[in-house]
Design a protein around this ligand. Sequence first.
Ligand SMILES: [Zn+2]
Ligand SMILES: [Zn+2]
Length: 651
Amino acid sequence: MKIDKSVLNKNKLALLGSIVQEIPPELELSNIEFEGPSIVVYVRNRKAISEHLDLAQNIAKKVRKRVVIRVSTESRLPVDEAKKKILEIAPREAGLDPNGIYFDETSGEVWVKVEKPGLIVGRGNYVRHKILAETGWRAVPMRASPLESKVLREVVAGTLKQSEYRLEFLRRLGDRIHRDVIFKNNYVRITALGGFREVGRSSILVETRESRLLLDMGINTGVMDDPFKAFPYIDVDSLKLEELDGVIVTHSHLDHVGLVPILYKYGYRGPLYVTKPTRELMIVMLKDLIEVSRRSGRYLPFTEKDLTTMILHTITVEYDEVTDVAPDIKLTMYNAGHILGSAIVHLHVGMGLHNIVYTGDFKYASTRLLDRANTEFPRVETLIMESTYGSAKQQNRLEAEAELVNIVKRTVERQGIVLIPVFAVGRGQEIILILNEAMKNGLIPKLNVYVEGLVNEVTAIHTQYPEYLSRSIREAIYRGENPFTADWLKILESGVARPDIVEDRPSVIIATSGMLTGGPAVDYLKLLASDPRNSLVFVGYQAEGTLGRKIKDGMRELTMVVENKVEAVKIDLEVYSIDGFSGHSDQAELVKYAQSIKPKPRKIILNHGEPSAIDTLARLLRKALLAPGTGYTSLPEIYTPSNLDTVHLTS
Ligand SMILES: [Zn+2]
Ligand SMILES: [Zn+2]
């Protein structure tokens, strides 16, 4: 069948027509481009922009798309002059860094590093538009943080270096997203590619007759020696990379993002949608995975080069912002409360044909760091929900905090050192906040808290995005009391003399890795193990086979190599394990979430849990959903599919 391109582009032409109508002639429209999910209007007369400050907003409201106004190349001030002007216009209180201004000549955007990003945008975009009118450059603010994120700097530098390719990619993608829908009668189905009736390697393929999306593409790092168990089923017939419209990743843990680079290795050149914090955190996690695999000689089916390609194709979305990702699918991400930047994915398919909510990993309770997961959506017919703790209860967080504070207090009283091994993302920051609060309230004396390992860069990323943190932390940061930069908090660079650190007693040491599988935590343990005044506190899950698990289960001797000699060290320090700091919902919270979600789904699909957790949760939900006050009028169908199963959602 021969397809007539001019007929196929009907939708786009109609859209362009209605935008052109909205643009006042004095702006001298030069062209309109579809750049990724955004529509970019280029104008020649930059001065006239100041007369139409709310233009972008008005067009966006009318056509229900993201709209950006830029000035075409010939009407932009030369970089030097523009820089001078921007420094003049920026309000002094914004704290603009004169050495933090980066021009992207291809797109006409200028990244500016400021202490208060809101002031560079201004009320109703006023300051940003003023900069655009005076210089022709569109300002994109980045928060200047007292702890600088190296990864963010690399992302900006990489994008600037490849900005021509990036623009070409965005335009290609824009054409694809806004293509005409060919098929009117539609269906929606999902295929379980990984992480069903198991934990690890999460991946779901969503298909309509028109488009295809992947939700997550993780790896199970526990079984990396067996690719059949470690990777999702990416070889299924329905997954064709050239037909894939996008990959959406809920958060930066490797069981959700670990295998995404392989798609780029095999030639996928489409978008990866994530929140901004997830972009930076996933880079940290993947780089670490590559580095650890290289050092241990373990095979990994992709390299740093594929990661770079992936970053170049990454598109960030904000919470609650609607983004077109295919001609018949709109994506919105909501807070999931699990780790920084973690998202619940909402897909609005086929003009209201079907709405899917995929929770990813979520916490339906607030922690110090994050607000609890979102429960209200515009519409939802199918809920895909994680079930990690479907059969387990957790200690409540306040009890867990009190227990930790008590351990620290007792250890301090006997002049000991508390060692807390943590995972790179999540718990480390939570522990810092708890200790901060305890010192403020005088529950423990002021003492040095040393932080070493991956957590440093991760903490920097946390301070970069206060708007993603819980309300109380965010407000504290806005008031200038950054809890991650207190004077008792000592961030250690790698290469620090650890024997010197353990001379400072009493003190607390927070270090990676969380299960003592390597990293500085293991070195500190060797230095601290034989002294009964010290304490070791596990605050996260300890997997079978790890050193952490062995010690937790009672092992009391460490063998290690010191200067080429094997030595045995007695473990005489006190060992504790606190389970109430999880970033996952426990059984009660999972049930509560399914009861509370609004509106009520007709189908619930359980994933991300061992079979016993899934089956227990399914049983509980069948009983609990019709309880009085939940708002369900009939019991939803509850599915517990296995990997490779397909569920037809619109049947
Ligand atoms: Zn997770
Ligand atoms: Zn997970």
